[in-house]
Design a protein around this ligand. Structure first.
Ligand code: NAD
Ligand code: ZN
Ligand code: ZN
Length: 367
């Protein structure tokens, strides 16, 4: 099969068509990947922000059709349509049992770049290929853990379903699950890419009265308005925190950071009103450290900072919920797809993401 492979930090992805696939092991399923979104986290593996072993098939935002199931698989069958979850949900570890499946203990294996037993089912050019997030949706086929798939109805278009797999679950989940937005609140969303636009629409659904979008590209601020932002702030027009303070006087109740930079995470905390909450969604480089005056920030001003992994989602609960919101016209998903591309164009999709041209590029695998 064909797959886009990262051979080392900084290298362009190589399109290989010689990738060999081993059969699914016990508790694994073989999925024909129909579509994969291109998320900034894929680019972050390529540029070294997110360290993963290479060679690796990137891609963690996908959907497809089950082609074969391994021994002991009971929850899905050949022919089922599925959204691929970038965090497996075992359902029995301590995190899953206390309602935090987004940090399921099985996901600790992901840093090794293999499946749950640490090995991978793919080889190319005589070497094992790792799979990002137990998935690797930049390949036409993925062998994945059964606990990484969520069955969906066959009438949901697979390109829409793919986006739910990361950007939508993360962004909408940040607003609905992670944050405690109250109806009428004022929120800010820093970074209006595939994830940030979903935070904006999640905040709208949560009842935020005012949603301030912050992005360095005017094109993204236009998209933010389409997704529900009421005010737009461009850092090129002056200090971001100063602009938000001028708009709100007191600051915002909730600020989301969806870029992953030290300066913008700090700005998210600085633009909070007393008692406000900063939700960190963007993934920074491993060496980023933050400094706050502890007494003022956390006690006298009573601000809090929350990390948000995978939108604090329970994928089995939230995928159907998000599909329903889309079917009811509450969630804009078609509008997130700026471009449908072939796998050969994946390096161009990284460039389009960095230049602010797209909300999301979606790879359509041609089988
Ligand atoms: N927490 C999670 O579970 C999770 C899941 C998916 C993605 N992410 C992370 O979320 C972040 C966003 O992902 P994405 O796919 O939306 O990326 P993206 O590239 O589509 O969007 C980032 C946006 O930030 C804007 N931006 C960049 N630098 C800026 C600056 N200095 N000031 C203002 N705006 C700036 C860009 O113009 C762009 O619109 C990434 O760090 C990604 O790794 C986290
Ligand atoms: Zn992602
Ligand atoms: Zn678990």
């Amino acid at each position: 099969m064909k797959a886009a492979v990262l051979t080392g930090v900084g290298a362009d992805l190589e399109i290989r068509d010689d990738v060999q696939i081993a059969p699914p092991g016990p508790g694994e399923v073989r999925v024909r990947v129909a579509a994969s979104g291109v998320c900034h986290s894929d680019l972050s593996v390529q540029n070294g922000t997110i360290p993963l072993p290479t060679p690796i098939v990137l891609g963690h935002e996908g959907a497809g059709v089950v082609e074969e199931v391994g021994e002991a698989v009971t929850t899905v069958a050949t022919g089922d349509h599925v959204v691929l979850s970038f965090v497996p949900k075992c359902g029995v570890c301590e995190a899953c049992l206390r309602g935090q499946p987004y940090i399921c203990e099985t996901s600790a294996m992901q840093a090794a770049g293999g499946l749950l037993d640490g090995t991978t089912r793919l080889t190319s050019d005589g070497a094992a290929l790792h799979q990002m997030a137990c998935l690797g949706t930049f390949g036409e086929v993925a062998i994945v853990p059964e606990i990484s798939v969520v069955k969906i109805a066959p009438d949901v278009p697979l390109d829409i379903a793919a986006l739910i797999g990361c950007g939508v679950l993360t962004g909408v989940g940040a607003a609905l699950n992670t944050a405690s937005i109250q109806p009428g609140d004022t929120v800010a969303v820093i970074g209006c890419g595939g994830v940030g636009l979903n935070v904006i629409q999640g905040a709208r659904i949560a009842g935020a009265a005012r949603i301030i979008a912050v992005d360095k590209f005017a094109s993204k601020l236009d998209m933010a308005k389409q997704f529900g932002a009421t005010d737009m702030v461009n850092p090129d027009d002056g200090d971001t925190v100063g602009q938000v303070m001028a708009l709100t006087q007191k600051g915002v109740h909730v600020a989301f950071e969806a870029i992953g930079l030290e300066a913008t995470i700090t700005a998210a905390v600085d633009m909070l009103r007393p008692g406000g909450e900063a939700v960190i969604v963007g993934v920074p480089r491993m060496d980023v450290m933050l400094t706050f005056n502890a007494a003022f920030t956390f006690l006298y001003l009573n601000k809090s900072v929350k990390g948000c992994w995978y939108g604090s989602a329970d994928v089995q609960r939230d995928v159907p919920k998000l599909i329903k919101l889309w079917q009811d016209g509450e969630l804009k998903l078609d509008e997130l797809i700026s471009k449908e591309i072939q796998i050969e164009d994946v390096n161009g999709a990284f460039e389009a993401m960095e230049s602010g041209e797209v909300a999301r590029s979606v790879i359509r695998h041609s089988h």
